[in-house]
Design a protein around this ligand. Structure first.
Ligand SMILES: N[C@@H](CCC[C@H](N)C(=O)O)C(=O)O
Length: 312
């Protein structure tokens, strides 16, 4: 017996005091997010409030924030510079922020949790949902859905391989494939690396990377080679540090692992510290399928969101 009812909080948000901002906490393979329900696009999501909300000691805690609003409303409110190509003004838009307050173009695990949250709150029906992101439209299909769990398959577009680049973690240097999955990645497949040796690497420290190649920073994935259709990966995310999973990084790694195995198309299961996600590459298009979990819901307190952060 549970009273966990996301539908109730979404309808409350529409009728109650506009300053009462509701949230859900969720994760995709333990890449965790605070889903901020801002259906009226009334929030000014400042760097300070994002850091307060994602703080794991004094806030709710999370690798990032997924703000739920319509693309057109965010644009009209000045929170989105332009509506990205392929996204309609009426589409739900995942306004993604990293834990350090920076904006990211895309978040693959985030799209899964976002689409699940739309269905769990009653803002969308299960099935295919149009999710707008700064990287463009990412249609997501939500199945096996309950208030607390779902399987979500996301069309991740056609990632672009940009070349080879080098990254280092405390003197451990790796050559990887630079892949644009809407956001920037270097995915290194390391010969003879095993899940055990990967676990000992200092992926938690900030990597050094080619700042000329990646002037806006980069997400870095280190992975074992492809064996029986599977790899094991760790990730250091721009704006969040080491996380338990990264959906766009998983896609970049699948592409790099297939290339390393001299394949273009194929299905790769990527094992990460937080679980398993499947990626299918067909003619350059990436489809990612994995779980979403919603674990809590509530109202943001005044210490996390100041009066100035909410438009009247
Ligand atoms: N965890 C996300 C990626 C989030 C954004 C990334 N840190 C960036 O700055 O590009 C994912 O699941 O893709």
């Amino acid at each position: 017996m549970t009273s966990f009812d996301p539908k109730a909080i979404a309808s409350a948000g529409a009728t109650d005091d506009a300053r009462e901002i509701k949230f859900l906490k969720g994760h995709g393979t333990e890449n965790d997010f605070v889903v901020v329900l801002d259906e009226s696009a009334s929030l000014r999501l400042s760097e300070v409030s994002i850091r307060s909300i994602t703080n794991r000691r004094s806030g709710i805690g999370g690798d990032g924030i997924l703000r739920v609003a319509r693309a057109g409303d965010l644009h009209a409110a000045g929170e989105l510079d332009a509506i990205p190509g392929g996204v309609d003004a009426g589409d739900w838009f995942m306004d993604y922020r990293n834990a350090d307050g920076s904006i990211a173009e895309m978040c693959g695990n985030g799209v899964r949790v976002f689409a699940h949250a739309l269905v769990a709150t009653g803002l969308a029906d299960a099935g295919e949902i149009r999710v707008g992101t700064r990287a463009g439209l990412r249609p997501a299909t939500v199945s096996d859905v309950t208030a607390e769990s779902a399987t979500v398959s996301v069309s991740m577009g056609v990632p672009e391989v940009l070349g080879v680049s080098t990254v280092s973690f405390e003197g451990h240097t790796f050559a990887g494939l630079a892949v644009d999955v809407g956001n920037p990645h270097v995915a290194a497949i390391v010969p003879r690396m095993t899940p055990e040796s990967l676990a000992t690497l200092p992926v938690d420290v900030s990597p050094s990377f080619d700042e000329g190649f990646f002037p806006n920073g980069v997400n870095v994935e280190i992975s074992t080679p492809l064996v029986d259709g599977e790899v094991t990966m760790r990730v250091h995310e721009r704006g969040a540090g080491e996380t338990r999973s990264c959906g766009t990084g998983i896609v970049a790694t699948a592409i790099a692992a297939l290339a390393d195995a001299e394949q273009n198309d194929g299905t790769v299961v990527v094992n990460v510290p937080g679980g398993r996600v499947q990626v299918e590459i067909v003619d350059g298009h990436a489809q990612m399928t994995g779980p979403s979990r919603l674990v809590a819901l509530g109202t943001l307190g005044e210490h996390l969101l100041k009066a100035d952060d909410v438009r009247e």
